[in-house]
Design a protein around this ligand. Sequence first.
Ligand SMILES: Cc1cc2nc3c(=O)[nH]c(=O)nc-3n(C[C@H](O)[C@H](O)[C@H](O)COP(=O)(O)OP(=O)(O)OC[C@H]3O[C@@H](n4cnc5c(N)ncnc54)[C@H](O)[C@@H]3O)c2cc1C
Length: 385
Amino acid sequence: MTPAPQLIIAGGGLSGSLAALALAKRRPDVSFVLVEQGQSFGGNHVWSFFDSDVAPEQRWIVDPLVSGKWPDHQVNFPKRSRRIALGYNSIKSERLDRTVRTSLRPEQYRLGQRIVDLGAHHVTFDGGDRIEARGVIDARGVSTLKGLDLGWQKFVGRTFRFERSHGSSRPVIMDACVDQQSGYRFVYTLPFSDNELMVEDTYYSTSAVLDATRVRQSIDDYVLAKGWGAGEVVSEEIGLLPVLLGGDLASLWDPSEVAAARLGLRGGFFHPTTGYTVPDAVQNAALLTQQRDVSGPALHLLYHRRAAALWKERSFYQLLNRMLFRAADPDQRYRVLEHFYRLPQPLIARFYAGQLTTIDKLRILSGRPPVPLRRALAAVRETKS
Ligand SMILES: Cc1cc2nc3c(=O)[nH]c(=O)nc-3n(C[C@H](O)[C@H](O)[C@H](O)COP(=O)(O)OP(=O)(O)OC[C@H]3O[C@@H](n4cnc5c(N)ncnc54)[C@H](O)[C@@H]3O)c2cc1C
Protein backbone atom coordinates (compact mmCIF):
# COMPACT_ATOMS: atom_id res chain seq x y z
CA MET A 1 0.00 0.00 0.00
CA THR A 2 1.30 3.53 -0.87
CA PRO A 3 1.88 5.58 2.30
CA ALA A 4 -0.41 8.59 2.83
CA PRO A 5 1.05 11.77 1.27
CA GLN A 6 1.77 14.80 3.45
CA LEU A 7 -0.39 16.97 1.21
CA ILE A 8 -3.36 16.56 -1.11
CA ILE A 9 -3.78 19.32 -3.70
CA ALA A 10 -7.40 19.19 -4.86
CA GLY A 11 -7.84 20.53 -8.40
CA GLY A 12 -5.26 20.40 -11.17
CA GLY A 13 -6.11 23.73 -12.79
CA LEU A 14 -3.77 26.69 -12.85
CA SER A 15 -3.19 27.24 -9.11
CA GLY A 16 -3.09 23.60 -8.07
CA SER A 17 -0.73 22.67 -10.92
CA LEU A 18 1.66 25.55 -10.20
CA ALA A 19 1.74 24.59 -6.51
CA ALA A 20 2.49 20.95 -7.39
CA LEU A 21 5.16 21.86 -9.96
CA ALA A 22 6.86 24.22 -7.50
CA LEU A 23 6.88 21.59 -4.74
CA ALA A 24 8.22 18.93 -7.09
CA LYS A 25 11.06 21.20 -8.11
CA ARG A 26 12.07 22.84 -4.83
CA ARG A 27 10.72 20.58 -2.07
CA PRO A 28 11.39 16.95 -2.91
CA ASP A 29 11.06 16.24 0.83
CA VAL A 30 7.29 16.98 0.73
CA SER A 31 5.14 14.14 -0.51
CA PHE A 32 1.92 15.20 -2.22
CA VAL A 33 -0.73 14.10 -4.64
CA LEU A 34 -2.41 16.41 -7.15
CA VAL A 35 -5.98 15.34 -7.90
CA GLU A 36 -7.89 16.45 -10.99
CA GLN A 37 -11.34 15.41 -12.14
CA GLY A 38 -10.65 16.01 -15.84
CA GLN A 39 -8.55 13.86 -18.15
CA SER A 40 -5.89 16.57 -18.41
CA PHE A 41 -4.47 19.35 -16.25
CA GLY A 42 -5.47 22.95 -16.81
CA GLY A 43 -8.70 22.53 -18.78
CA ASN A 44 -8.90 24.60 -21.94
CA HIS A 45 -7.34 28.02 -21.43
CA VAL A 46 -4.81 30.51 -22.59
CA TRP A 47 -3.50 32.31 -19.49
CA SER A 48 -1.50 35.47 -19.97
CA PHE A 49 0.60 37.71 -17.77
CA PHE A 50 2.82 40.77 -18.05
CA ASP A 51 6.55 40.49 -17.30
CA SER A 52 5.98 42.76 -14.31
CA ASP A 53 3.34 40.38 -12.85
CA VAL A 54 5.95 37.83 -11.87
CA ALA A 55 9.06 38.68 -9.84
CA PRO A 56 12.33 37.66 -11.56
CA GLU A 57 13.14 35.29 -8.68
CA GLN A 58 9.83 33.48 -9.25
CA ARG A 59 10.05 33.14 -13.05
CA TRP A 60 11.32 29.56 -12.66
CA ILE A 61 7.73 28.60 -11.84
CA VAL A 62 6.20 29.86 -15.11
CA ASP A 63 9.07 29.94 -17.61
CA PRO A 64 8.79 26.25 -18.55
CA LEU A 65 5.09 26.79 -19.32
CA VAL A 66 5.24 29.82 -21.59
CA SER A 67 3.98 29.15 -25.14
CA GLY A 68 4.01 32.75 -26.40
CA LYS A 69 6.28 35.63 -25.44
CA TRP A 70 6.36 39.20 -26.77
CA PRO A 71 8.54 42.21 -25.81
CA ASP A 72 5.65 44.70 -25.90
CA HIS A 73 1.92 45.07 -26.43
CA GLN A 74 -0.63 47.57 -27.70
CA VAL A 75 -3.93 49.17 -26.64
CA ASN A 76 -6.30 50.99 -29.03
CA PHE A 77 -9.09 53.38 -28.06
CA PRO A 78 -11.02 55.84 -30.23
CA LYS A 79 -8.85 58.73 -28.98
CA ARG A 80 -5.69 56.96 -27.84
CA SER A 81 -3.47 54.24 -29.27
CA ARG A 82 -0.40 53.25 -27.38
CA ARG A 83 2.42 50.75 -27.69
CA ILE A 84 3.60 49.74 -24.25
CA ALA A 85 7.10 48.35 -23.90
CA LEU A 86 6.10 45.85 -21.27
CA GLY A 87 6.64 42.18 -22.06
CA TYR A 88 3.66 39.88 -22.36
CA ASN A 89 3.52 36.08 -22.02
CA SER A 90 0.95 33.36 -22.57
CA ILE A 91 0.59 29.86 -21.23
CA LYS A 92 -1.50 27.30 -23.11
CA SER A 93 -3.17 24.59 -21.09
CA GLU A 94 -1.76 21.82 -23.35
CA ARG A 95 1.74 22.85 -22.32
CA LEU A 96 0.77 23.02 -18.64
CA ASP A 97 -0.68 19.51 -18.94
CA ARG A 98 2.44 18.15 -20.64
CA THR A 99 4.73 19.78 -18.07
CA VAL A 100 2.79 18.42 -15.11
CA ARG A 101 2.78 14.89 -16.53
CA THR A 102 6.49 14.95 -17.26
CA SER A 103 7.61 16.76 -14.08
CA LEU A 104 5.64 14.78 -11.52
CA ARG A 105 6.13 11.13 -10.70
CA PRO A 106 3.12 8.88 -11.41
CA GLU A 107 2.31 8.55 -7.68
CA GLN A 108 2.21 12.39 -7.40
CA TYR A 109 -0.91 12.87 -9.50
CA ARG A 110 -4.31 11.39 -10.25
CA LEU A 111 -6.43 12.30 -13.25
CA GLY A 112 -10.11 11.59 -13.84
CA GLN A 113 -10.92 11.48 -10.12
CA ARG A 114 -13.77 13.62 -8.93
CA ILE A 115 -13.70 14.69 -5.30
CA VAL A 116 -17.10 14.55 -3.65
CA ASP A 117 -16.03 15.29 -0.11
CA LEU A 118 -13.08 17.31 1.15
CA GLY A 119 -11.94 17.89 4.72
CA ALA A 120 -8.92 19.27 6.52
CA HIS A 121 -7.16 15.89 6.28
CA HIS A 122 -8.91 13.87 3.60
CA VAL A 123 -10.65 13.76 0.25
CA THR A 124 -13.24 11.21 -0.90
CA PHE A 125 -13.78 10.34 -4.56
CA ASP A 126 -17.09 9.65 -6.25
CA GLY A 127 -16.29 5.93 -6.35
CA GLY A 128 -16.06 5.98 -2.53
CA ASP A 129 -12.24 5.78 -2.24
CA ARG A 130 -10.69 8.09 0.31
CA ILE A 131 -7.17 9.36 0.85
CA GLU A 132 -5.81 10.99 3.96
CA ALA A 133 -2.99 13.48 4.43
CA ARG A 134 -1.57 15.91 6.99
CA GLY A 135 -2.99 18.76 4.97
CA VAL A 136 -5.36 19.48 2.09
CA ILE A 137 -5.20 22.43 -0.30
CA ASP A 138 -8.46 23.17 -2.07
CA ALA A 139 -7.71 24.58 -5.55
CA ARG A 140 -10.91 23.44 -7.24
CA GLY A 141 -11.63 26.77 -8.90
CA VAL A 142 -14.58 28.98 -8.34
CA SER A 143 -17.22 27.79 -5.86
CA THR A 144 -19.85 30.07 -4.45
CA LEU A 145 -19.55 33.77 -5.12
CA LYS A 146 -22.65 34.40 -3.03
CA GLY A 147 -22.43 37.50 -0.89
CA LEU A 148 -20.04 39.30 -3.26
CA ASP A 149 -21.06 42.33 -5.26
CA LEU A 150 -19.91 41.48 -8.79
CA GLY A 151 -19.80 42.60 -12.37
CA TRP A 152 -18.60 40.22 -15.07
CA GLN A 153 -15.88 39.99 -17.64
CA LYS A 154 -17.14 37.53 -20.24
CA PHE A 155 -15.55 36.48 -23.46
CA VAL A 156 -15.13 34.02 -26.28
CA GLY A 157 -11.65 33.54 -27.69
CA ARG A 158 -11.02 31.72 -30.96
CA THR A 159 -7.60 30.81 -32.30
CA PHE A 160 -7.45 30.96 -36.07
CA ARG A 161 -4.93 29.47 -38.44
CA PHE A 162 -4.99 31.70 -41.50
CA GLU A 163 -3.93 30.69 -44.99
CA ARG A 164 -1.53 33.62 -45.11
CA SER A 165 0.24 35.86 -42.62
CA HIS A 166 -2.10 38.05 -40.56
CA GLY A 167 0.63 40.69 -40.30
CA SER A 168 0.26 41.32 -36.53
CA SER A 169 3.42 41.02 -34.51
CA ARG A 170 2.39 42.18 -31.05
CA PRO A 171 -0.53 41.43 -28.72
CA VAL A 172 -3.31 44.00 -28.74
CA ILE A 173 -4.66 43.52 -25.27
CA MET A 174 -7.52 45.98 -25.78
CA ASP A 175 -8.90 47.15 -29.10
CA ALA A 176 -11.84 49.21 -27.89
CA CYS A 177 -12.45 50.75 -31.34
CA VAL A 178 -15.40 48.42 -31.77
CA ASP A 179 -19.14 48.85 -31.17
CA GLN A 180 -19.71 49.19 -27.47
CA GLN A 181 -22.39 46.62 -26.63
CA SER A 182 -23.38 45.08 -23.27
CA GLY A 183 -20.95 47.34 -21.40
CA TYR A 184 -17.25 47.90 -22.01
CA ARG A 185 -16.28 45.85 -25.05
CA PHE A 186 -12.87 45.23 -26.57
CA VAL A 187 -11.18 42.72 -28.81
CA TYR A 188 -7.95 41.08 -27.66
CA THR A 189 -5.55 39.51 -30.15
CA LEU A 190 -2.52 37.31 -29.55
CA PRO A 191 -0.27 36.50 -32.51
CA PHE A 192 1.09 33.04 -31.67
CA SER A 193 2.83 32.80 -35.03
CA ASP A 194 2.82 34.40 -38.44
CA ASN A 195 -0.48 32.83 -39.39
CA GLU A 196 -1.91 31.81 -36.01
CA LEU A 197 -3.86 34.42 -34.09
CA MET A 198 -6.15 34.26 -31.07
CA VAL A 199 -9.03 36.73 -31.35
CA GLU A 200 -11.05 37.24 -28.17
CA ASP A 201 -14.17 39.37 -27.89
CA THR A 202 -14.61 40.61 -24.31
CA TYR A 203 -17.44 42.40 -22.49
CA TYR A 204 -17.38 44.02 -19.05
CA SER A 205 -21.01 43.61 -18.26
CA THR A 206 -23.45 43.57 -15.37
CA SER A 207 -25.02 40.40 -16.75
CA ALA A 208 -23.34 36.99 -16.43
CA VAL A 209 -25.20 35.69 -19.49
CA LEU A 210 -22.98 35.13 -22.52
CA ASP A 211 -24.50 34.49 -25.94
CA ALA A 212 -21.57 32.52 -27.37
CA THR A 213 -23.15 32.12 -30.82
CA ARG A 214 -23.55 35.86 -31.20
CA VAL A 215 -20.03 36.54 -29.93
CA ARG A 216 -18.54 33.98 -32.38
CA GLN A 217 -20.29 35.89 -35.16
CA SER A 218 -18.83 39.19 -33.88
CA ILE A 219 -15.36 37.62 -33.94
CA ASP A 220 -15.87 36.45 -37.52
CA ASP A 221 -17.03 39.97 -38.45
CA TYR A 222 -13.92 41.45 -36.81
CA VAL A 223 -11.64 39.04 -38.69
CA LEU A 224 -13.38 39.92 -41.94
CA ALA A 225 -13.12 43.67 -41.30
CA LYS A 226 -9.37 43.31 -40.58
CA GLY A 227 -8.90 41.60 -43.96
CA TRP A 228 -7.09 38.60 -42.49
CA GLY A 229 -8.72 36.32 -45.05
CA ALA A 230 -9.83 32.73 -44.68
CA GLY A 231 -8.88 30.88 -41.53
CA GLU A 232 -9.57 27.66 -39.71
CA VAL A 233 -10.60 27.82 -36.04
CA VAL A 234 -8.15 25.55 -34.21
CA SER A 235 -9.32 26.15 -30.65
CA GLU A 236 -11.80 28.10 -28.61
CA GLU A 237 -12.07 29.25 -25.00
CA ILE A 238 -15.02 30.73 -23.17
CA GLY A 239 -14.66 32.70 -19.96
CA LEU A 240 -16.79 34.30 -17.32
CA LEU A 241 -14.68 36.03 -14.70
CA PRO A 242 -15.79 37.96 -11.64
CA VAL A 243 -15.14 41.70 -11.39
CA LEU A 244 -15.28 42.63 -7.73
CA LEU A 245 -17.39 45.67 -6.85
CA GLY A 246 -17.67 44.99 -3.14
CA GLY A 247 -18.14 42.32 -0.51
CA ASP A 248 -16.46 40.43 2.22
CA LEU A 249 -13.77 37.75 1.97
CA ALA A 250 -15.75 35.71 4.54
CA SER A 251 -17.99 34.77 1.59
CA LEU A 252 -15.07 32.68 0.30
CA TRP A 253 -13.35 31.68 3.54
CA ASP A 254 -16.38 30.80 5.61
CA PRO A 255 -15.06 30.17 9.14
CA SER A 256 -17.70 27.48 9.69
CA GLU A 257 -16.37 25.44 6.74
CA VAL A 258 -13.70 22.71 6.77
CA ALA A 259 -10.24 24.03 7.50
CA ALA A 260 -8.53 23.17 4.22
CA ALA A 261 -6.26 25.84 2.78
CA ARG A 262 -7.51 27.46 -0.42
CA LEU A 263 -5.72 28.57 -3.53
CA GLY A 264 -6.74 30.25 -6.77
CA LEU A 265 -10.23 31.56 -7.37
CA ARG A 266 -11.50 29.40 -4.51
CA GLY A 267 -9.36 31.34 -2.04
CA GLY A 268 -10.17 34.77 -3.49
CA PHE A 269 -6.75 35.03 -5.14
CA PHE A 270 -7.80 36.95 -8.22
CA HIS A 271 -7.24 40.44 -9.56
CA PRO A 272 -10.39 42.41 -8.64
CA THR A 273 -10.58 44.15 -12.04
CA THR A 274 -9.25 41.61 -14.55
CA GLY A 275 -10.17 38.39 -12.73
CA TYR A 276 -6.68 37.14 -13.55
CA THR A 277 -5.00 34.72 -11.17
CA VAL A 278 -1.53 34.07 -12.63
CA PRO A 279 0.35 36.61 -10.44
CA ASP A 280 -1.16 35.36 -7.17
CA ALA A 281 -0.91 31.71 -8.22
CA VAL A 282 2.83 32.10 -8.82
CA GLN A 283 3.41 33.89 -5.52
CA ASN A 284 1.37 31.33 -3.62
CA ALA A 285 3.26 28.45 -5.20
CA ALA A 286 6.59 30.08 -4.29
CA LEU A 287 5.35 30.66 -0.73
CA LEU A 288 4.40 27.01 -0.40
CA THR A 289 7.95 25.90 -1.16
CA GLN A 290 9.22 28.11 1.67
CA GLN A 291 7.08 26.55 4.42
CA ARG A 292 8.66 24.27 6.99
CA ASP A 293 5.27 23.28 8.32
CA VAL A 294 3.03 21.97 5.55
CA SER A 295 0.35 20.64 7.88
CA GLY A 296 -3.28 21.51 7.11
CA PRO A 297 -3.77 24.07 9.92
CA ALA A 298 -0.48 25.85 9.14
CA LEU A 299 -1.31 26.21 5.44
CA HIS A 300 -4.87 27.23 6.19
CA LEU A 301 -3.61 30.03 8.42
CA LEU A 302 -0.93 31.07 5.93
CA TYR A 303 -3.23 31.42 2.93
CA HIS A 304 -6.22 32.77 4.84
CA ARG A 305 -4.09 35.57 6.27
CA ARG A 306 -2.60 36.28 2.87
CA ALA A 307 -6.01 36.37 1.18
CA ALA A 308 -7.28 38.77 3.87
CA ALA A 309 -4.25 41.05 3.51
CA LEU A 310 -4.58 41.18 -0.29
CA TRP A 311 -8.33 41.77 -0.08
CA LYS A 312 -7.73 44.80 2.12
CA GLU A 313 -4.78 46.07 0.11
CA ARG A 314 -6.78 45.85 -3.13
CA SER A 315 -10.00 47.49 -1.93
CA PHE A 316 -9.09 50.45 -4.15
CA TYR A 317 -9.76 48.27 -7.21
CA GLN A 318 -13.31 47.73 -6.00
CA LEU A 319 -13.76 51.48 -6.06
CA LEU A 320 -12.42 51.69 -9.62
CA ASN A 321 -14.68 48.83 -10.65
CA ARG A 322 -17.70 50.64 -9.25
CA MET A 323 -16.70 53.72 -11.24
CA LEU A 324 -16.52 51.58 -14.34
CA PHE A 325 -19.81 49.78 -13.78
CA ARG A 326 -21.92 52.34 -11.93
CA ALA A 327 -20.67 55.82 -12.70
CA ALA A 328 -20.33 55.37 -16.47
CA ASP A 329 -23.14 54.53 -18.88
CA PRO A 330 -22.51 51.09 -20.44
CA ASP A 331 -21.59 52.44 -23.88
CA GLN A 332 -19.27 55.06 -22.28
CA ARG A 333 -17.36 52.67 -19.99
CA TYR A 334 -14.47 52.48 -22.44
CA ARG A 335 -13.65 56.10 -21.55
CA VAL A 336 -12.56 55.03 -18.05
CA LEU A 337 -9.91 52.74 -19.58
CA GLU A 338 -8.99 55.24 -22.28
CA HIS A 339 -8.38 57.79 -19.50
CA PHE A 340 -6.40 55.25 -17.45
CA TYR A 341 -4.02 54.58 -20.35
CA ARG A 342 -2.75 58.19 -20.21
CA LEU A 343 -0.73 57.13 -17.16
CA PRO A 344 2.98 56.21 -17.09
CA GLN A 345 3.97 52.69 -17.96
CA PRO A 346 5.38 51.67 -14.52
CA LEU A 347 2.06 52.61 -12.92
CA ILE A 348 0.16 50.55 -15.51
CA ALA A 349 2.45 47.61 -14.73
CA ARG A 350 1.78 47.96 -10.99
CA PHE A 351 -1.98 48.19 -11.66
CA TYR A 352 -2.02 44.79 -13.37
CA ALA A 353 0.33 43.23 -10.83
CA GLY A 354 -2.01 44.37 -8.01
CA GLN A 355 0.76 46.47 -6.47
CA LEU A 356 -0.46 50.05 -6.63
CA THR A 357 1.18 52.56 -4.29
CA THR A 358 -0.71 55.37 -2.56
CA ILE A 359 0.72 57.86 -5.05
CA ASP A 360 -0.42 55.64 -7.93
CA LYS A 361 -3.95 55.66 -6.53
CA LEU A 362 -3.96 59.45 -6.30
CA ARG A 363 -2.67 59.73 -9.86
CA ILE A 364 -5.35 57.40 -11.17
CA LEU A 365 -8.05 59.55 -9.58
CA SER A 366 -6.46 62.87 -10.55
CA GLY A 367 -7.64 65.02 -13.43
CA ARG A 368 -11.08 65.43 -14.87
CA PRO A 369 -12.97 62.14 -14.41
CA PRO A 370 -14.19 60.55 -17.64
CA VAL A 371 -17.59 59.92 -16.00
CA PRO A 372 -20.22 62.31 -14.53
CA LEU A 373 -18.75 63.76 -11.32
CA ARG A 374 -21.88 63.23 -9.21
CA ARG A 375 -21.99 59.55 -10.12
CA ALA A 376 -18.23 59.18 -9.59
CA LEU A 377 -18.62 60.53 -6.06
CA ALA A 378 -21.54 58.21 -5.42
CA ALA A 379 -19.35 55.26 -6.50
CA VAL A 380 -16.64 56.39 -4.08
CA ARG A 381 -19.10 56.63 -1.20
CA GLU A 382 -20.93 53.43 -1.99
CA THR A 383 -20.43 50.42 0.25
CA LYS A 384 -22.17 47.14 -0.23
CA SER A 385 -25.52 47.16 1.58
C1 LIG B 1 -10.98 31.11 -20.63
C2 LIG B 1 -10.25 31.77 -19.49
C3 LIG B 1 -9.10 32.53 -19.76
C4 LIG B 1 -8.42 33.13 -18.71
N1 LIG B 1 -7.32 33.87 -19.00
C5 LIG B 1 -6.57 34.33 -17.99
C6 LIG B 1 -5.35 35.01 -18.24
O1 LIG B 1 -5.01 35.25 -19.39
N2 LIG B 1 -4.58 35.39 -17.19
C7 LIG B 1 -4.95 35.14 -15.91
O2 LIG B 1 -4.22 35.44 -14.97
N3 LIG B 1 -6.15 34.59 -15.65
C8 LIG B 1 -6.95 34.17 -16.64
N4 LIG B 1 -8.13 33.57 -16.36
C9 LIG B 1 -8.63 33.61 -14.99
C10 LIG B 1 -8.01 32.58 -14.07
O3 LIG B 1 -6.61 32.66 -14.12
C11 LIG B 1 -8.43 31.20 -14.45
O4 LIG B 1 -9.79 31.06 -14.26
C12 LIG B 1 -7.66 30.13 -13.66
O5 LIG B 1 -7.76 28.93 -14.36
C13 LIG B 1 -8.15 29.98 -12.24
O6 LIG B 1 -7.28 29.11 -11.59
P1 LIG B 1 -7.77 28.15 -10.46
O7 LIG B 1 -6.64 27.22 -10.19
O8 LIG B 1 -8.38 28.91 -9.36
O9 LIG B 1 -8.99 27.32 -11.12
P2 LIG B 1 -8.99 26.38 -12.37
O10 LIG B 1 -7.85 26.63 -13.27
O11 LIG B 1 -10.37 26.46 -12.92
O12 LIG B 1 -8.76 24.95 -11.73
C14 LIG B 1 -9.68 24.25 -10.95
C15 LIG B 1 -9.49 22.78 -11.26
O13 LIG B 1 -10.16 22.00 -10.28
C16 LIG B 1 -10.78 20.92 -10.93
N5 LIG B 1 -11.90 20.48 -10.09
C17 LIG B 1 -13.03 21.19 -9.80
N6 LIG B 1 -13.84 20.46 -9.00
C18 LIG B 1 -13.22 19.28 -8.80
C19 LIG B 1 -13.56 18.12 -8.07
N7 LIG B 1 -14.72 18.04 -7.41
N8 LIG B 1 -12.70 17.08 -8.05
C20 LIG B 1 -11.49 17.15 -8.72
N9 LIG B 1 -11.11 18.24 -9.44
C21 LIG B 1 -11.96 19.29 -9.46
C22 LIG B 1 -11.24 21.49 -12.27
O14 LIG B 1 -11.49 20.48 -13.20
C23 LIG B 1 -10.08 22.40 -12.62
O15 LIG B 1 -9.11 21.74 -13.39
C24 LIG B 1 -8.87 32.98 -17.38
C25 LIG B 1 -10.03 32.25 -17.13
C26 LIG B 1 -10.72 31.67 -18.17
C27 LIG B 1 -12.00 30.91 -17.87
